[in-house]
Design a protein. Structure first.
Ligand code: S3P
Length: 430
Protein backbone atom coordinates (compact mmCIF):
# COMPACT_ATOMS: atom_id res chain seq x y z
CA UNK A 1 0.00 0.00 0.00
CA UNK A 2 1.34 3.40 -0.88
CA UNK A 3 1.50 6.56 1.14
CA UNK A 4 1.69 9.92 -0.60
CA UNK A 5 2.63 13.36 0.64
CA UNK A 6 0.05 15.67 -0.89
CA UNK A 7 0.53 19.20 -2.17
CA UNK A 8 -0.86 21.71 0.36
CA UNK A 9 -1.52 25.40 0.88
CA UNK A 10 -2.04 26.37 -2.76
CA UNK A 11 -3.04 29.77 -4.03
CA UNK A 12 -4.47 28.82 -7.42
CA UNK A 13 -5.08 26.09 -10.00
CA UNK A 14 -4.92 27.10 -13.65
CA UNK A 15 -5.23 25.22 -16.93
CA UNK A 16 -7.14 22.68 -18.94
CA UNK A 17 -7.88 18.99 -18.25
CA UNK A 18 -9.47 16.27 -20.34
CA UNK A 19 -10.77 13.82 -17.74
CA UNK A 20 -10.77 10.11 -18.69
CA UNK A 21 -13.80 8.29 -20.08
CA UNK A 22 -16.93 7.69 -18.05
CA UNK A 23 -16.70 4.62 -15.82
CA UNK A 24 -20.37 3.61 -15.97
CA UNK A 25 -20.45 3.91 -19.76
CA UNK A 26 -17.10 2.11 -20.19
CA UNK A 27 -18.38 -0.95 -18.28
CA UNK A 28 -21.56 -1.03 -20.30
CA UNK A 29 -19.79 -0.61 -23.66
CA UNK A 30 -17.69 -3.74 -22.98
CA UNK A 31 -20.72 -5.68 -21.72
CA UNK A 32 -22.99 -4.74 -24.62
CA UNK A 33 -20.16 -5.29 -27.12
CA UNK A 34 -19.66 -8.77 -25.66
CA UNK A 35 -23.31 -9.81 -25.94
CA UNK A 36 -23.91 -8.21 -29.36
CA UNK A 37 -23.22 -9.80 -32.75
CA UNK A 38 -20.23 -8.29 -34.56
CA UNK A 39 -17.27 -6.06 -33.77
CA UNK A 40 -17.77 -3.12 -31.41
CA UNK A 41 -15.20 -0.32 -31.37
CA UNK A 42 -14.95 1.78 -28.24
CA UNK A 43 -13.14 5.12 -28.08
CA UNK A 44 -12.16 6.94 -24.88
CA UNK A 45 -12.67 3.83 -22.75
CA UNK A 46 -11.57 4.31 -19.12
CA UNK A 47 -8.54 2.06 -18.53
CA UNK A 48 -9.08 2.16 -14.75
CA UNK A 49 -8.95 -0.98 -12.60
CA UNK A 50 -12.74 -1.34 -12.36
CA UNK A 51 -13.32 -1.35 -16.11
CA UNK A 52 -10.31 -3.62 -16.66
CA UNK A 53 -12.03 -6.08 -14.30
CA UNK A 54 -15.04 -6.07 -16.64
CA UNK A 55 -12.79 -6.82 -19.63
CA UNK A 56 -11.08 -9.64 -17.75
CA UNK A 57 -14.43 -11.24 -16.80
CA UNK A 58 -15.76 -11.19 -20.37
CA UNK A 59 -12.50 -12.65 -21.67
CA UNK A 60 -13.09 -15.54 -19.24
CA UNK A 61 -16.49 -15.98 -20.89
CA UNK A 62 -14.74 -16.51 -24.23
CA UNK A 63 -15.04 -13.01 -25.73
CA UNK A 64 -12.05 -11.70 -27.67
CA UNK A 65 -11.31 -8.17 -26.45
CA UNK A 66 -8.36 -6.10 -27.63
CA UNK A 67 -7.52 -3.20 -25.34
CA UNK A 68 -4.96 -0.60 -26.21
CA UNK A 69 -5.11 2.18 -23.63
CA UNK A 70 -8.44 3.92 -24.18
CA UNK A 71 -9.19 2.11 -27.46
CA UNK A 72 -11.03 -1.19 -27.18
CA UNK A 73 -12.28 -3.64 -29.78
CA UNK A 74 -14.80 -6.25 -28.67
CA UNK A 75 -15.50 -9.20 -30.95
CA UNK A 76 -19.00 -10.13 -29.87
CA UNK A 77 -20.43 -13.56 -30.67
CA UNK A 78 -23.97 -12.73 -29.58
CA UNK A 79 -25.22 -13.58 -26.13
CA UNK A 80 -25.54 -17.30 -26.97
CA UNK A 81 -21.85 -17.32 -27.90
CA UNK A 82 -20.69 -16.71 -24.30
CA UNK A 83 -18.90 -19.78 -22.88
CA UNK A 84 -18.90 -21.28 -19.37
CA UNK A 85 -15.95 -19.76 -17.46
CA UNK A 86 -13.22 -22.16 -16.35
CA UNK A 87 -12.29 -20.03 -13.35
CA UNK A 88 -13.85 -17.55 -10.91
CA UNK A 89 -14.96 -14.26 -12.45
CA UNK A 90 -12.96 -11.84 -10.31
CA UNK A 91 -14.49 -8.34 -10.21
CA UNK A 92 -11.90 -6.59 -7.99
CA UNK A 93 -13.47 -3.49 -6.39
CA UNK A 94 -16.22 -3.11 -8.99
CA UNK A 95 -19.87 -3.20 -7.90
CA UNK A 96 -21.03 -2.34 -11.42
CA UNK A 97 -19.16 -5.33 -12.87
CA UNK A 98 -20.60 -7.89 -10.46
CA UNK A 99 -24.17 -6.58 -10.39
CA UNK A 100 -24.62 -6.03 -14.13
CA UNK A 101 -22.87 -9.30 -14.99
CA UNK A 102 -25.33 -11.20 -12.82
CA UNK A 103 -28.10 -9.92 -15.09
CA UNK A 104 -26.31 -11.27 -18.15
CA UNK A 105 -25.29 -14.58 -16.55
CA UNK A 106 -28.83 -15.21 -15.28
CA UNK A 107 -30.02 -16.08 -18.78
CA UNK A 108 -27.07 -18.32 -19.74
CA UNK A 109 -27.29 -22.11 -19.27
CA UNK A 110 -24.18 -22.61 -17.16
CA UNK A 111 -22.68 -21.99 -13.74
CA UNK A 112 -20.38 -19.07 -12.89
CA UNK A 113 -18.65 -18.12 -9.66
CA UNK A 114 -18.23 -14.41 -8.89
CA UNK A 115 -15.95 -12.86 -6.31
CA UNK A 116 -14.20 -9.54 -5.62
CA UNK A 117 -12.02 -7.77 -3.06
CA UNK A 118 -12.81 -7.25 0.63
CA UNK A 119 -14.95 -4.17 -0.10
CA UNK A 120 -17.09 -6.15 -2.58
CA UNK A 121 -17.47 -8.87 0.05
CA UNK A 122 -19.26 -6.35 2.30
CA UNK A 123 -21.65 -4.95 -0.34
CA UNK A 124 -25.29 -6.06 -0.45
CA UNK A 125 -26.23 -8.33 -3.35
CA UNK A 126 -29.78 -9.44 -2.44
CA UNK A 127 -31.06 -6.30 -4.16
CA UNK A 128 -29.93 -7.96 -7.42
CA UNK A 129 -30.15 -11.67 -6.63
CA UNK A 130 -33.75 -11.37 -5.43
CA UNK A 131 -35.32 -9.99 -8.67
CA UNK A 132 -33.09 -12.22 -10.84
CA UNK A 133 -34.20 -15.27 -8.84
CA UNK A 134 -37.82 -14.23 -9.40
CA UNK A 135 -37.08 -14.26 -13.14
CA UNK A 136 -35.81 -17.85 -12.90
CA UNK A 137 -32.06 -17.70 -12.17
CA UNK A 138 -30.53 -19.77 -9.35
CA UNK A 139 -28.12 -17.65 -7.33
CA UNK A 140 -26.43 -18.69 -4.11
CA UNK A 141 -24.04 -16.77 -1.91
CA UNK A 142 -22.86 -16.27 1.62
CA UNK A 143 -25.72 -15.32 4.03
CA UNK A 144 -28.51 -16.61 1.74
CA UNK A 145 -27.21 -14.82 -1.33
CA UNK A 146 -26.49 -11.45 0.33
CA UNK A 147 -22.70 -11.54 -0.05
CA UNK A 148 -19.91 -12.84 -2.30
CA UNK A 149 -18.72 -15.34 -3.32
CA UNK A 150 -21.79 -15.85 -5.50
CA UNK A 151 -22.66 -18.78 -7.72
CA UNK A 152 -25.01 -18.03 -10.60
CA UNK A 153 -26.72 -20.84 -12.49
CA UNK A 154 -28.56 -19.29 -15.40
CA UNK A 155 -31.28 -20.65 -17.61
CA UNK A 156 -34.70 -19.83 -19.02
CA UNK A 157 -36.03 -16.54 -17.66
CA UNK A 158 -39.51 -15.03 -17.51
CA UNK A 159 -40.12 -11.28 -17.65
CA UNK A 160 -41.28 -9.54 -14.47
CA UNK A 161 -42.62 -6.22 -13.30
CA UNK A 162 -40.41 -5.12 -10.46
CA UNK A 163 -40.58 -2.14 -8.14
CA UNK A 164 -37.03 -1.23 -7.09
CA UNK A 165 -36.82 -0.98 -3.28
CA UNK A 166 -33.83 1.41 -3.61
CA UNK A 167 -32.94 3.92 -6.31
CA UNK A 168 -30.14 1.96 -8.02
CA UNK A 169 -29.00 2.05 -11.64
CA UNK A 170 -27.01 -1.13 -11.05
CA UNK A 171 -30.09 -3.07 -9.98
CA UNK A 172 -32.21 -1.57 -12.77
CA UNK A 173 -29.53 -2.45 -15.32
CA UNK A 174 -29.10 -6.03 -14.08
CA UNK A 175 -32.84 -6.62 -14.44
CA UNK A 176 -32.95 -5.03 -17.91
CA UNK A 177 -29.99 -7.17 -19.07
CA UNK A 178 -31.81 -10.27 -17.84
CA UNK A 179 -35.06 -8.96 -19.36
CA UNK A 180 -33.48 -8.78 -22.82
CA UNK A 181 -33.08 -12.59 -22.61
CA UNK A 182 -36.41 -13.40 -20.90
CA UNK A 183 -39.72 -14.58 -22.26
CA UNK A 184 -42.17 -11.67 -22.35
CA UNK A 185 -41.75 -8.09 -21.18
CA UNK A 186 -39.77 -6.89 -18.19
CA UNK A 187 -40.74 -3.65 -16.46
CA UNK A 188 -38.63 -1.92 -13.82
CA UNK A 189 -40.28 0.79 -11.69
CA UNK A 190 -37.87 3.31 -10.18
CA UNK A 191 -38.63 5.24 -6.97
CA UNK A 192 -36.40 8.06 -8.28
CA UNK A 193 -34.88 8.26 -11.76
CA UNK A 194 -31.31 6.93 -11.81
CA UNK A 195 -28.59 7.12 -14.46
CA UNK A 196 -29.94 5.85 -17.78
CA UNK A 197 -26.77 4.75 -19.59
CA UNK A 198 -28.07 1.19 -19.96
CA UNK A 199 -31.27 2.35 -21.63
CA UNK A 200 -29.33 4.62 -24.01
CA UNK A 201 -26.93 1.82 -24.84
CA UNK A 202 -29.67 -0.73 -25.58
CA UNK A 203 -30.80 1.71 -28.29
CA UNK A 204 -27.25 2.26 -29.58
CA UNK A 205 -26.91 -1.51 -30.01
CA UNK A 206 -30.14 -1.67 -32.02
CA UNK A 207 -32.46 -2.81 -29.21
CA UNK A 208 -35.73 -1.34 -28.02
CA UNK A 209 -36.51 0.09 -24.60
CA UNK A 210 -39.37 2.33 -23.53
CA UNK A 211 -39.77 4.73 -20.63
CA UNK A 212 -43.13 5.87 -19.34
CA UNK A 213 -43.03 7.88 -16.14
CA UNK A 214 -41.22 5.77 -13.54
CA UNK A 215 -41.37 2.60 -15.66
CA UNK A 216 -38.67 1.25 -17.96
CA UNK A 217 -39.74 -1.63 -20.22
CA UNK A 218 -37.80 -4.08 -22.42
CA UNK A 219 -39.16 -6.95 -24.47
CA UNK A 220 -37.42 -10.32 -24.17
CA UNK A 221 -35.63 -12.17 -26.95
CA UNK A 222 -33.97 -9.08 -28.43
CA UNK A 223 -30.70 -9.62 -30.30
CA UNK A 224 -28.21 -6.75 -30.23
CA UNK A 225 -25.89 -5.60 -33.02
CA UNK A 226 -22.35 -4.22 -32.60
CA UNK A 227 -21.90 -0.43 -32.45
CA UNK A 228 -19.22 2.26 -32.46
CA UNK A 229 -19.17 3.90 -29.06
CA UNK A 230 -17.45 7.17 -28.22
CA UNK A 231 -17.40 7.65 -24.46
CA UNK A 232 -17.50 11.17 -22.99
CA UNK A 233 -15.33 12.17 -20.02
CA UNK A 234 -16.57 11.12 -16.59
CA UNK A 235 -18.40 13.93 -14.76
CA UNK A 236 -17.71 12.02 -11.53
CA UNK A 237 -13.96 12.46 -12.20
CA UNK A 238 -14.46 16.05 -13.40
CA UNK A 239 -16.23 16.74 -10.07
CA UNK A 240 -12.89 16.77 -8.21
CA UNK A 241 -11.61 19.58 -10.44
CA UNK A 242 -14.93 21.42 -10.37
CA UNK A 243 -14.70 21.54 -6.60
CA UNK A 244 -10.96 22.35 -6.64
CA UNK A 245 -11.56 25.26 -9.03
CA UNK A 246 -14.46 26.54 -6.94
CA UNK A 247 -12.64 26.48 -3.58
CA UNK A 248 -8.95 27.22 -4.21
CA UNK A 249 -8.68 31.04 -4.37
CA UNK A 250 -7.64 32.48 -7.74
CA UNK A 251 -8.34 29.30 -9.74
CA UNK A 252 -9.67 28.92 -13.27
CA UNK A 253 -9.96 25.42 -14.76
CA UNK A 254 -11.37 24.30 -18.13
CA UNK A 255 -12.63 20.70 -18.35
CA UNK A 256 -12.98 19.36 -21.89
CA UNK A 257 -15.48 16.78 -23.17
CA UNK A 258 -17.32 16.12 -19.90
CA UNK A 259 -20.42 13.87 -20.00
CA UNK A 260 -23.56 15.95 -19.39
CA UNK A 261 -26.21 13.24 -19.20
CA UNK A 262 -28.92 14.93 -17.06
CA UNK A 263 -29.12 11.87 -14.77
CA UNK A 264 -25.51 12.65 -13.74
CA UNK A 265 -25.28 16.45 -13.54
CA UNK A 266 -26.43 17.00 -9.94
CA UNK A 267 -22.97 18.36 -9.05
CA UNK A 268 -23.53 21.24 -11.48
CA UNK A 269 -26.88 22.03 -9.84
CA UNK A 270 -25.20 22.11 -6.43
CA UNK A 271 -22.36 24.37 -7.60
CA UNK A 272 -24.91 26.73 -9.17
CA UNK A 273 -27.07 26.70 -6.02
CA UNK A 274 -23.98 27.63 -3.97
CA UNK A 275 -23.23 30.57 -6.30
CA UNK A 276 -20.18 29.09 -8.04
CA UNK A 277 -18.79 30.75 -11.17
CA UNK A 278 -19.40 27.93 -13.69
CA UNK A 279 -20.04 28.05 -17.45
CA UNK A 280 -20.99 25.18 -19.72
CA UNK A 281 -20.58 24.91 -23.47
CA UNK A 282 -22.57 21.89 -24.63
CA UNK A 283 -21.70 20.00 -27.83
CA UNK A 284 -24.27 18.14 -29.96
CA UNK A 285 -27.48 17.83 -27.92
CA UNK A 286 -28.60 14.82 -30.00
CA UNK A 287 -25.55 12.66 -29.20
CA UNK A 288 -26.30 9.26 -27.61
CA UNK A 289 -24.60 10.65 -24.50
CA UNK A 290 -24.44 14.47 -24.32
CA UNK A 291 -21.13 16.17 -23.47
CA UNK A 292 -19.53 19.60 -23.35
CA UNK A 293 -16.79 21.81 -21.92
CA UNK A 294 -17.04 23.26 -18.42
CA UNK A 295 -15.16 26.26 -17.02
CA UNK A 296 -15.02 26.79 -13.28
CA UNK A 297 -13.58 29.82 -11.50
CA UNK A 298 -13.06 30.46 -7.82
CA UNK A 299 -15.80 32.42 -6.07
CA UNK A 300 -17.37 32.85 -2.66
CA UNK A 301 -19.91 30.09 -1.93
CA UNK A 302 -23.06 29.76 0.17
CA UNK A 303 -24.45 26.64 1.87
CA UNK A 304 -27.35 24.68 0.37
CA UNK A 305 -29.54 21.63 1.02
CA UNK A 306 -29.05 18.46 -1.06
CA UNK A 307 -31.89 15.93 -0.92
CA UNK A 308 -34.60 13.91 -2.66
CA UNK A 309 -34.48 13.40 -6.44
CA UNK A 310 -31.13 15.16 -6.62
CA UNK A 311 -29.34 12.40 -4.67
CA UNK A 312 -29.07 9.72 -7.41
CA UNK A 313 -27.88 12.45 -9.81
CA UNK A 314 -24.80 13.07 -7.65
CA UNK A 315 -24.49 10.00 -5.43
CA UNK A 316 -20.80 9.40 -6.27
CA UNK A 317 -19.94 13.09 -5.87
CA UNK A 318 -21.12 13.41 -2.25
CA UNK A 319 -17.62 12.93 -0.74
CA UNK A 320 -16.26 15.88 -2.71
CA UNK A 321 -19.49 17.87 -2.19
CA UNK A 322 -18.91 17.50 1.56
CA UNK A 323 -15.50 19.11 1.06
CA UNK A 324 -17.11 21.84 -1.09
CA UNK A 325 -19.55 22.53 1.75
CA UNK A 326 -16.66 23.12 4.22
CA UNK A 327 -15.83 26.19 2.09
CA UNK A 328 -19.43 27.48 1.72
CA UNK A 329 -20.80 30.02 4.19
CA UNK A 330 -23.49 28.49 6.43
CA UNK A 331 -24.99 25.06 7.11
CA UNK A 332 -25.13 22.54 4.25
CA UNK A 333 -27.45 19.60 4.82
CA UNK A 334 -27.15 16.37 2.81
CA UNK A 335 -30.04 13.96 3.38
CA UNK A 336 -31.87 11.00 1.75
CA UNK A 337 -28.43 9.54 1.02
CA UNK A 338 -28.44 6.37 3.17
CA UNK A 339 -27.10 4.48 0.10
CA UNK A 340 -23.71 6.02 0.89
CA UNK A 341 -23.34 3.44 3.66
CA UNK A 342 -23.10 0.60 1.13
CA UNK A 343 -20.67 2.10 -1.40
CA UNK A 344 -16.96 1.13 -1.69
CA UNK A 345 -16.77 2.17 1.98
CA UNK A 346 -19.43 3.52 4.33
CA UNK A 347 -19.02 6.95 2.78
CA UNK A 348 -20.91 8.77 5.52
CA UNK A 349 -18.38 7.55 8.10
CA UNK A 350 -15.24 7.77 5.98
CA UNK A 351 -16.02 11.30 4.73
CA UNK A 352 -16.90 12.60 8.20
CA UNK A 353 -13.96 10.96 9.98
CA UNK A 354 -11.31 11.92 7.43
CA UNK A 355 -12.49 15.51 6.91
CA UNK A 356 -12.65 16.01 10.69
CA UNK A 357 -8.96 15.05 10.89
CA UNK A 358 -8.31 18.08 8.66
CA UNK A 359 -10.35 20.37 10.92
CA UNK A 360 -13.72 20.34 9.13
CA UNK A 361 -16.86 21.02 11.13
CA UNK A 362 -18.96 18.11 9.89
CA UNK A 363 -21.31 15.59 11.50
CA UNK A 364 -22.84 12.33 10.35
CA UNK A 365 -26.61 11.82 10.30
CA UNK A 366 -28.67 8.67 9.69
CA UNK A 367 -28.99 9.38 5.95
CA UNK A 368 -26.31 11.94 5.17
CA UNK A 369 -24.29 14.66 6.86
CA UNK A 370 -24.33 18.26 8.02
CA UNK A 371 -21.42 20.55 7.22
CA UNK A 372 -20.75 24.00 8.72
CA UNK A 373 -18.63 26.43 6.69
CA UNK A 374 -16.59 28.30 5.87
CA UNK A 375 -13.89 26.39 7.75
CA UNK A 376 -10.10 26.66 7.39
CA UNK A 377 -8.42 23.26 7.04
CA UNK A 378 -5.11 22.27 8.58
CA UNK A 379 -3.31 18.97 8.04
CA UNK A 380 -2.79 15.45 9.31
CA UNK A 381 -2.36 11.88 8.13
CA UNK A 382 -5.53 10.69 6.40
CA UNK A 383 -6.52 7.51 4.58
CA UNK A 384 -8.43 6.66 1.42
CA UNK A 385 -9.57 3.46 3.18
CA UNK A 386 -9.25 1.69 -0.19
CA UNK A 387 -11.93 3.99 -1.64
CA UNK A 388 -10.90 5.84 -4.82
CA UNK A 389 -13.30 8.74 -4.35
CA UNK A 390 -12.24 9.29 -0.74
CA UNK A 391 -8.57 9.38 -1.84
CA UNK A 392 -9.27 11.97 -4.56
CA UNK A 393 -11.48 14.11 -2.30
CA UNK A 394 -8.74 14.24 0.36
CA UNK A 395 -6.15 15.22 -2.26
CA UNK A 396 -8.31 18.22 -3.20
CA UNK A 397 -8.85 19.04 0.50
CA UNK A 398 -5.07 19.04 1.02
CA UNK A 399 -4.68 21.92 -1.47
CA UNK A 400 -6.43 24.11 1.13
CA UNK A 401 -4.57 22.76 4.17
CA UNK A 402 -2.10 24.99 5.96
CA UNK A 403 0.07 22.06 7.15
CA UNK A 404 1.40 18.80 5.67
CA UNK A 405 -1.10 16.12 4.64
CA UNK A 406 -0.09 12.52 4.14
CA UNK A 407 -2.52 10.22 2.31
CA UNK A 408 -2.45 6.51 3.09
CA UNK A 409 -3.70 3.99 0.50
CA UNK A 410 -3.33 6.58 -2.26
CA UNK A 411 -3.16 3.75 -4.83
CA UNK A 412 -6.97 3.45 -4.55
CA UNK A 413 -7.44 6.32 -7.03
CA UNK A 414 -6.45 3.95 -9.88
CA UNK A 415 -9.85 2.27 -9.61
CA UNK A 416 -11.44 5.11 -11.59
CA UNK A 417 -8.67 7.58 -12.42
CA UNK A 418 -5.13 6.20 -12.85
CA UNK A 419 -3.68 9.57 -13.99
CA UNK A 420 -5.40 11.62 -11.27
CA UNK A 421 -2.32 13.00 -9.49
CA UNK A 422 -0.55 13.92 -12.77
CA UNK A 423 -3.64 15.77 -14.00
CA UNK A 424 -4.24 17.51 -10.68
CA UNK A 425 -0.66 18.62 -10.18
CA UNK A 426 -0.39 19.86 -13.78
CA UNK A 427 -2.81 22.62 -12.68
CA UNK A 428 -0.91 23.65 -9.55
CA UNK A 429 0.93 26.98 -9.74
CA UNK A 430 4.20 26.56 -7.80
C1 S3P B 1 -23.45 2.92 -11.08
C2 S3P B 1 -24.54 3.18 -10.28
C3 S3P B 1 -24.42 3.73 -8.93
C4 S3P B 1 -23.06 4.39 -8.70
C5 S3P B 1 -21.94 3.52 -9.17
C6 S3P B 1 -22.07 3.22 -10.65
C7 S3P B 1 -23.67 2.33 -12.42
O1 S3P B 1 -24.57 2.68 -8.00
O2 S3P B 1 -22.89 4.68 -7.33
O3 S3P B 1 -20.70 4.15 -8.93
O4 S3P B 1 -22.73 2.33 -13.23
O5 S3P B 1 -24.79 1.89 -12.69
P1 S3P B 1 -26.03 2.17 -7.49
O6 S3P B 1 -26.76 1.70 -8.65
O7 S3P B 1 -25.75 1.09 -6.51
O8 S3P B 1 -26.65 3.38 -6.86
Amino acid sequence: MSTKTLKTNKTSLMGEIKVPGDKSISHRAVMFGSIAEGTTRIENFLPGEDCLSTISCFRKLGVEIIQNGSEVTVKGNGIDGLKPPEETLYVGNSGTTIRLMMGILSGLPFESRLEGDESIARRPMTRVTSPLSKMGARIDGRNSGEFTPLIVVGGKLSGITYQLPVASAQVKSAILLAGLQAEGDTVVLEPVKTRDHTERMIKQFGGKVEREGDAVKVAGGQGLKAADINIPGDISSAAFFLVAGAVVPGSEIVLKNVGLNPTRTGIIDVLEAMGANITIEPYDQDAAEPAGDITIKYSKLNATTIEGNLIPRLIDEIPVIALLATQAEGKTVIKDAGELKVKETNRIDTVVNELRKLGANIEATEDGMIVYGQQDLFGDTVSAHGDHRIGMMLSIAALLCKKDVVLEQSEAVAVSYPGFFDDLYSLVQE
